[in-house]
Design a protein around this ligand. Structure first.
Ligand code: NAP
Length: 285
């Protein structure tokens, strides 16, 4: 698909600090916050360019971190037993693979690797797989997991600085200081940037995304909400409690339809909080 190839080309150009030399490059305008669809962009491509434009401007001068979660109507990313295949529908899965293809690194927590044994590669769209980064501060994961045995993509496993454990399988170990039992995620991002990994997708689970959000390290947060009710389940975001609604985060956001799911794309760097929506009822699709 032409628009997707253009988005991929824009992400690669930004990463390599070269200008976008592509026949369709007039479809995209480069601004302070990455790319956006130009008015000349054809209507069918416009939504795709709008959704992925902010993700594909990352480079050495503009490192970028985005987290995603797919959750049920009652706020769970998995059932209580940890089953998350699949909370959201096929369009959200394709969206997730597009995000992987646009980012240089994908980060997951040890809980997700232990439960799901994911590959974290790009399979449902055209594009290259990102470097895999696994947060395993206590080196508890079995070396037989696919992220450690699959040679098709590089994997970096993150251990606490005071842990002395061998590298699992084919992975490289990166040791990061721990503070109050949590890895210093700011140090982790700096280490990834030093390795040329400027754009980072934090793919889950809830504990990992919440710790990046709490540390103020995310530029964007995307939550896809599926028409699913799980009852009890694994929580998505879980942050320190706020007493008053006025103290809560209310990020500026855009809303996209992903098949039967609704995607909230939140800009966490926008200075003005989102206004509480009022006025006419409207459909997003
Ligand atoms: N629906 C979705 O979008 C989605 C996406 C991904 C995963 N999932 C589901 O989510 C569940 C797993 O989520 P989860 O929240 O339980 O686990 P998780 O976020 O995958 O992993 C949490 C673990 O990662 C390590 N970790 C993460 N952040 C850390 C930090 N800042 N400092 C130190 N260690 C850190 C810790 O390992 P230690 O425990 O060793 O300390 C922590 O317990 C699974 O059921 C999976 O299927 C759903």
């Amino acid at each position: 698909m032409r628009a997707w190839r253009l988005v991929l080309a824009a992400a690669t150009a930004a990463r390599r600090r070269i200008s976008l030399a592509h026949a369709d490059s007039w479809w995209l305008e480069h601004g302070q916050h990455g790319y956006a669809a130009a008015p000349s962009a054809p209507a069918p491509a416009r939504v795709l360019l709008d959704l992925y434009g902010p993700v594909c401007g990352a480079g050495p001068d503009r490192p970028f971190a985005l987290a995603q979660l797919g959750q049920s109507l009652d706020g769970h990313i998995a059932t209580a037993s940890g089953d998350s295949y699949f909370v959201t529908g096929p369009d959200s899965l394709r969206h997730l693979h597009r995000l992987r293809a646009l980012c240089a690194a994908v980060v997951v927590g040890a809980g997700t690797v232990a439960r799901d044994d994911p590959r974290l590669t790009v399979r449902h769209v055209e594009g290259d797989s990102p470097v895999r980064v696994v947060l395993d501060p206590n080196a508890r994961l079995d070396p037989g997991h696919r992220v450690f045995t699959d040679a098709s993509v590089r994997t970096i496993v993150v251990h606490g600085a005071d842990v002395h454990a061998p590298a699992p399988g084919l992975a490289e170990v990166l040791q990061v200081p721990v503070e109050g039992r949590r890895l210093r995620l700011d140090v982790l991002l700096r280490e990834l940037h030093a390795r040329g990994l400027w754009s980072v997708l934090v793919e889950g689970g809830g504990t990992t995304v919440s710790s990046f959000l709490e540390a103020g390290l995310l530029d964007r947060l995307q939550i896809a909400i599926a028409p699913l009710i799980t009852g009890d389940g694994r929580p998505g975001l879980s942050l320190a409690a706020r007493d008053k609604i006025a103290e809560c985060l209310r990020p500026q956001h855009r809303v996209f339809a992903l098949g039967g799911d609704v995607l909230f794309d939140c800009d966490l760097r926008a200075t003005a909080p989102a206004a509480v929506a009022t006025g006419a009822l409207s459909r997003v699709f």
